[in-house]
Design a protein around this ligand. Structure first.
Ligand SMILES: Cc1cc2nc3c(=O)[nH]c(=O)nc-3n(C[C@H](O)[C@H](O)[C@H](O)COP(=O)(O)OP(=O)(O)OC[C@H]3O[C@@H](n4cnc5c(N)ncnc54)[C@H](O)[C@@H]3O)c2cc1C
Length: 286
């Protein structure tokens, strides 16, 4: 069955876009189209109007403002992985973007499209959680900034409602270092687990922000406080497992395989990130 006819409109700017969203009752924005067009082609979504936001220049920027890095909604994953400021201030995000699919998809897929499609296997959410990001939304009546932990509701839903859009994402740019790793299913682009970490040090406390996606039904954040200058990968694993009990995963990967894989992933991420960091003693799952 062919998809039904859908009207296609192109707003000039954000203002124009928001008033369009308000005046249609069954519309959706499209950015890179790498997720939405598949839903439309397979008749999995019922729409009357598509609003193409990909040409809105105000949504395409990167700005470093003190300890905050702000990334416009329309930045593509390719632009993110090649951007020098993002690579130096938020390496985990640059690596997560580079891990997505292939160059054709990355050159169209946007950061907002990735997080708003909110499908469990997305790679960007774990990096945003580790870097303690906020998601900045706008609607006709208000602008709102939400902690990334609040933004992701479950495998398919986010706190971005019908008549609002994600305008940008703000990240902490003051992590001492950050990193990302993805373990793929065999012969697939889909992740078994995507994991990112970022080290934050201050005179009061040192901790590692950890973001995990694909492993759970929604992306999760773990704050690992560093005691006695030691990072114990076993504690991180145990913390993840304690969350695992409460979130059901519906797929066919055997639990024992999943658990072994996660230990390896944590060990590799910790070892790759900190083995040259003289101030920290590392204990791995082994
Ligand atoms: C073959 C293939 C392989 C893939 N592999 C991976 C992978 O390995 N890892 C991974 O993470 N992803 C993967 N993806 C998914 C793809 O990367 C993401 O879906 C992509 O980032 C979506 O971005 P987009 O700009 O194309 O979004 P679109 O398809 O344009 O939109 C996706 C959703 O986000 C909404 N949206 C877009 N922009 C905004 C905004 N500013 N505000 C509010 N809502 C918005 C749209 O309404 C829609 O609901 C793959 C996709 C394909 C086709």
């Amino acid at each position: 069955m062919y998809p039904k006819q859908i009207d296609y409109i192109i707003p000039k700017n954000i203002e124009d876009l928001l008033s369009m969203l308000n005046s249609y009752s069954n519309a959706k924005v499209i950015a890179g189209g790498q997720f939405l067009t598949n839903l439309i082609k397979s008749n999995m979504i019922d729409l009357d109007v598509l609003i193409d936001i990909s040409r809105i220049k105000e949504l395409n920027f990167v700005k470093l403002d003190g300890n905050e890095l702000i990334i416009g909604a329309n930045l593509t994953l390719n632009e993110i992985s090649n951007n020098d400021t993002i690579k130096s201030k938020a390496a985990a995000l640059a690596k997560a973007a580079l891990s997505v699919a292939d160059i054709q998809i990355r050159s169209l897929a946007t950061i907002a499209g990735n997080i708003c499609s909110a499908y469990r296997y997305r790679d960007i959410p774990s990096a945003l959680l580790a870097l303690e990001a906020s998601i900045n939304k706008i609607s006709l009546n208000k602008e709102e900034s939400l902690d990334a932990q609040e933004f992701f509701i479950d495998s398919l839903n986010t706190k971005c409602s019908y008549n609002e859009i994600v305008k940008s994402v703000s990240l902490r740019a003051d992590s001492k270092r950050s990193n990302y790793i993805k373990l793929r299913e065999l012969n697939s682009e889909r992740s078994i687990v995507s994991m990112a970490l970022a080290l934050f040090e201050s005179s009061n406390e040192s901790y590692i922000g950890i973001g995990v996606s694909a492993f759970f039904d929604k992306p999760i954040y773990i704050k690992y406080i560093i005691d006695d200058k030691k990072v114990d990968a076993r504690e991180i694993y145990n913390e993840m497992m304690s969350r695992y009990e409460s979130i059901i995963i519906k797929d066919d990967i055997p639990l024992e395989y999943r658990k072994r894989a996660i230990k390896k992933v944590i060990d590799k991420l910790i070892a790759d990130t900190f083995s040259d960091y003289k101030d920290l003693r590392l204990i791995l799952n082994g």
